[in-house]
Design a protein around this ligand. Structure first.
Ligand SMILES: N[C@@H](CCC(=O)N[C@@H](CS)C(=O)NCC(=O)O)C(=O)O
Length: 217
């Protein structure tokens, strides 16, 4: 039985799935997709996901995309315990809320850095202030608890740590966020397979940024 993951290592949503799979001890058969080059998509991939986005998971014919839907599916289907995604409805709701929050944080920073990265546009101060508000909220969550959804590591930490690593790579000023910085160092140190699933793949984000920076010159 193989679980195929169509992915691009530069995509933060793909690295979230890689990182969660490590913690869940689920082996994925990785199928790279050159997302910047739709002509290269295989007919199999095109047929599998009408949205043609990655990450897309194919678990023996069950096909699902959207990183958060994928990681909660992997947990529900293959999790050996419920540590990362508690069964208690209230605790689980908090993890879900933080996962949705992560999607909001991603969208806000997308507004800030995508025009700069892909078109060399200057940073929009309004978009930047709006994005930094999400970091203020995250910092506030972490004043009250050691991890983003309580006192232990959950899927929400694995998702958010990937977004914060992207911001670090982009040189975003993280100095005002004392609690995020403390949590970030801890999650990087304890999340199983962090280096292989996320850190080592950041080189592809660097390459992508470099490629567009050159194209602008
Ligand atoms: N909300 C999605 C975002 C996925 C996403 O943005 N994927 C990018 C690559 S990292 C992509 O496939 N872009 C091409 C497209 O959406 O057509 C998730 O969390 O999985």
């Amino acid at each position: 039985m193989t679980i195929d993951l169509y992915y691009s290592p530069s995509g933060s949503s793909c690295r979230i799935v890689l990182l969660a799979a490590k913690s869940l001890d689920v082996e994925l058969n990785l199928i790279p997709v050159d997302i910047m080059n739709p002509e290269s998509f295989t007919p199999e991939f095109i047929k599998l996901n009408p949205q043609h986005c990655v990450p897309t998971l194919n678990d023996s014919g069950f096909v699902i995309w959207e990183s958060k839907a994928i990681i909660t599916y992997l947990q529900n289907q293959y999790g050996k315990n419920d540590d990362l995604y508690p069964k208690d409805p209230k605790k689980r709701a908090t993890v879900d809320q933080r996962l949705f929050f992560d999607t909001d944080l991603y969208a806000r920073f997308h507004e800030v850095y995508t025009p700069k990265t892909f078109a060399g546009s200057p940073l929009d101060p309004e978009a930047l202030a709006n994005a930094n508000k999400a970091l203020d909220f995250l910092d506030e969550f972490l004043v009250k608890s050691e991890y983003v959804a309580g006192d232990s590591l959950t899927l929400a930490d694995l998702s958010l740590v990937v977004q914060i690593s992207n911001l670090e790579l982009l040189g975003h000023d993280m100095s005002p966020y004392k609690y995020i910085n403390r949590w970030y160092a801890k999650v990087k140190a304890i999340a199983p397979g962090y280096k292989e699933a996320n850190e080592d793949n950041l080189v592809y984000v660097k390459q992508l940024i470099g490629h567009f920076a050159q194209a602008d010159e």
